[in-house]
Design a protein around this ligand. Structure first.
Ligand code: GLP
Length: 263
């Protein structure tokens, strides 16, 4: 893992955008794995800004989203699909056929839908760069504590912690009980992972994920198993880490010797 602490969430967004832009420059039809939530918003704002101001081109880029709630009516404002349309898809030149996002409809053969999602990712050659946030309980996507480290796209029950944490986006309506999410095995298969975390309410989960044991009880701890995982933090999210000095030194050296790792 490469752990980088930056001054604030805007700096996290800029550094993450450098990495996304670097991947697109090397591979114009790159497959980007995308997450919802507040954590990637500075990244999405920066990508939209670079598209508009600097011509960053998404014409051939393909995107795969992590998850969506199950059972919301199409077009529901709290759905991950609507969120992505609002914060990113509607602001850049992605082609609609290059967007994969789980269908959260509750009807039909849900197991077949999950298998088809995995097949669609494989048909695109897998995910080049997977953007991730982290839940306060250490979840990735909607892979709640207890998710198998090799799990694939499936239907999951949302934990009470997650339903409480995400209540604000539902303005008084009940938060769905279930979701469709790509698995931890799917995430581990991405060629590079990019975890973004800012704010004091992530400090405990970040410390446990990066310095604690690798365990299904804390899904984000799987980053420790990945050969190319980058973690961008602000100082408050990094506050629980005890070995920061080691990580900072590593970043300085790698910035000089292999600058492409961060851009
Ligand atoms: C959500 C999403 C995750 C996200 C996490 C943290 O429930 N399913 O993909 O990373 O919660 O969200 P936030 O970035 O808003 O803290």
């Amino acid at each position: 893992m490469l752990i980088v602490v930056l001054p604030d969430d805007a700096a996290v967004g800029r550094q993450a955008a450098d990495m996304v832009a670097g991947v697109i420059a090397r591979k114009p039809d790159a497959v980007l794995g995308l997450a919802t939530g507040a954590s990637p918003l500075p990244l999405y704002n920066e990508l939209a800004r670079r598209h508009e101001g600097e011509g960053l081109d998404f014409a051939r880029v393909r995107t795969v989203n992590l998850d969506d709630y199950l059972g919301l009516p199409p077009g529901h404002p709290a759905s991950c699909r609507c969120f992505m349309d609002r914060v990113l898809f509607g602001r850049i030149n992605l082609q609609p056929e290059n967007i994969l996002i789980p269908d959260g409809g509750a009807e039909g053969d849900l197991m077949a839908r999950c298998a088809a999602y995995e097949q669609a990712i494989a048909a695109w050659g897998g995910i080049d760069l997977q953007v991730l946030g982290i839940g306060r309980n250490g979840h990735l996507g909607f892979n709640e504590p207890g998710s198998g480290l090799d799990s694939r796209t499936r239907i999951v029950r949302l934990s009470p912690t997650t339903r409480t944490a995400n209540r604000a986006t539902f303005s008084g309506e009940p938060v769905p009980e279930a979701a469709i999410t790509i698995g931890l095995g799917t995430i581990r298969s991405a060629r590079r992972l990019l975890l973004l975390a800012t704010g004091a309410n992530k400090a405990e989960a970040i410390a446990a994920a990066l310095e604690g044991p690798i365990t299904a009880s804390l899904p984000a701890s799987l980053l420790q198993l990945h050969e190319d995982a980058v973690v961008l933090l602000d100082p408050t999210a990094a506050a629980g880490l005890t070995r920061l000095e080691d990580y900072a030194g590593e970043v300085d050296l790698l910035r000089r010797l292999t600058p492409q790792r961060l851009g």
